[in-house]
Design a protein. Structure first.
Length: 65
């Protein structure tokens, strides 16, 4: 079940990546739903996903706090 939630979270974040503010908002929601080990996976995914999207890098602070 948790893999489904993690995949859903990635899907939502990919769909809203056109808007940094919306991306940060959805990321905050995801943090509340995911388990601690999933947060580490999300952190790794975010690092690779935001490599070519510097406007989204500001949202990494949300995950690292």
């Amino acid at each position: 079940m948790t893999k489904i939630m993690f995949d859903y979270t990635k899907s939502v974040l990919e769909r809203v990546s056109f808007d940094a503010k919306l991306f940060c908002k959805e990321l905050e929601k995801a943090i509340k739903m995911l388990l601690p080990y999933e947060m580490e996976q999300l952190r790794e995914w975010l690092l690779s996903f935001t490599l070519g999207r510097p406007e989204l890098r500001q949202c990494l602070a949300i995950v690292n706090s």
